[in-house]
Design a protein around this ligand. Structure first.
Ligand code: PLP
Length: 421
């Protein structure tokens, strides 16, 4: 962002920022904006899960206390089928973490032959994934851990830059996958345009076993009364002759309990068979007791929507505060720009080039812990050093306000010093 201020104005800003920073440091704050966790009051919304679950019998008479039912309870899958855009029979309910399922999907593709693949990925000379940036650090960590090379692709307001995606996936057979958070993406809140989804489904890929890792983590996590809708990737893939291209993931981590929820995997018939052939060696069945508790708490798709409206009521004031304080402190200065997401858990703050690390360091010294700058990029490297991810969900509102105001002070300090240097 080009500074809209004159040298004199910048100098005045810097002097004020120096004073404000001294005052900020003197407050001895201890605030944490690092991870997108639900707040305690959000968790309270699902305390029904902790109460007696009623008879331990599923709709089809299954005793949920016993082994079995690898696909997960059908009645829970039915509740999430619409939100995740996966037909019930091809949607599985698993353990408590979708990240675990994404990790497993890569491991299974490494060690077993995917439908459409010529060989196991471990037998390939190299495996690469396209990584829209900014993106989710834990996706990148899975790649690093499993030796998957990461190729950054720029994000736009409509999702990844599809010209780049089509070129890389179309030409390079090493490119086996792409990470996508299609709705209210982590961290920039982007919602994929219908045309982006269509192009992902339709494009030609050099690898016959290319997979889209469709992490719909924020499928129902709206902050406004106008829920975003995205195109149906699984249906489009089938329509364009690539039925096995999409792996859909989701979870209730930010719906019920982040540490005690249920994760979902959805895909084509062939992929589901392939998936179960691996998971059946790994487990005799998921925690159906917890799944049944979720059915009783959420009831149906409308119950889920209603539950999410209660989350929104708790989250919206925090996101509003972020925007209000950043606007008051940084609006019109040209020192920063930021997203105003309509859902999800994050705000992306962009500062002048070469400033993000320093802002995070200064904030840390003043007691405000932020996600490390660079975490939004593969290998932790934001080449422009511009992006800071803000996660306002966990702290109480007054703490969010104090942290954002302090962060704005750090941005003013670091950016004005830099621009005047
Ligand atoms: N995917 C995205 C995009 C996330 O932001 C997160 C959590 O922040 C997760 C997945 C984690 O999901 P889970 O708790 O189901 O493992």
């Amino acid at each position: 962002t080009a500074p809209a201020l004159t040298i004199e104005e910048l100098t005045a800003q810097r002097d004020r920022a120096r004073q404000d920073y001294l005052a900020l440091s003197a407050r001895g704050l201890k605030l944490d904006l690092t991870r997108g966790k639900p707040s305690p009051s959000q968790l309270d919304l699902s305390d029904g899960l902790l109460e007696a679950a009623g008879p331990a019998v599923a709709a089809d008479g299954t005793d949920v206390r016993n082994y079995g039912g690898l696909q997960g309870l059908p009645e829970l899958r039915a509740i999430f089928s619409e939100a995740l855009q996966v037909p019930v029979e091809r949607l599985l309910a698993a353990g408590n973490s979708s990240l675990e399922l994404m990790h497993d999907a890569v491991v299974f593709a490494m060690l077993g032959v995917l439908p459409g693949a010529q060989r196991r990925w471990v037998e390939e000379p190299e495996v690469a994934f396209l990584c829209p940036v900014p993106g989710y650090d834990r996706h990148f960590a899975v790649c690093e851990r499993l030796g998957v090379k990461m190729i950054p692709v720029p994000m736009t307001g409509d999702g990844p830059d599809m010209d780049v995606v089509e070129r890389l996936a179309g030409q390079d057979p090493r490119v086996k996958g792409i990470w996508c958070v299609p709705k209210y993406s982590n961290p920039d809140g982007a919602v994929y345009a219908d045309e982006t989804v269509r192009r992902l489904a339709a494009m030609t890929t050099a690898a016959p076993d290319f997979r889209i890792f469709w992490d719909n983590a924020y499928a129902v996590h709206h902050l406004t009364d106008e829920p975003a809708e995205i195109a149906d990737l699984l249906a489009l893939c089938a329509e364009h002759g690539h039925p096995d291209r999409a792996f859909v993931f989701g979870s209730t981590s930010k719906i019920t309990f982040a540490g005690g929820g249920v994760a979902f995997f959805g895909s084509s018939e062939a992929n589901i068979r392939w998936w179960l052939s691996h998971t059946s060696k790994r487990s005799i069945g998921p925690d159906k007791v917890n799944q049944l508790r979720h059915v009783r708490l959420l009831r149906d798709a409308e119950g889920l929507r209603e539950h999410m409206r209660r989350h929104a009521a708790l989250l919206r004031p925090k996101f509003d505060a972020v925007d209000r304080i950043l606007t008051a402190e940084l609006g019109g200065t040209g020192l920063a720009s930021w997203t105003r997401p309509a859902g999800g858990y994050f705000v992306s703050l962009e500062v002048p080039e070469g400033c993000a690390r320093e802002v995070v360091a200064k904030a840390g010294e003043a007691g405000i812990v932020l996600t490390p700058a660079g975490a939004t990029h593969p290998y932790g490297d934001d080449p422009a050093d511009r992006l800071i991810r803000i996660a306002p969900s966990y702290p109480a509102l007054p703490e969010v306000e104090a942290a954002i105001s302090g962060l704005a002070t750090c941005v003013r300090l670091v950016a004005t010093e830099k621009l005047l240097a």
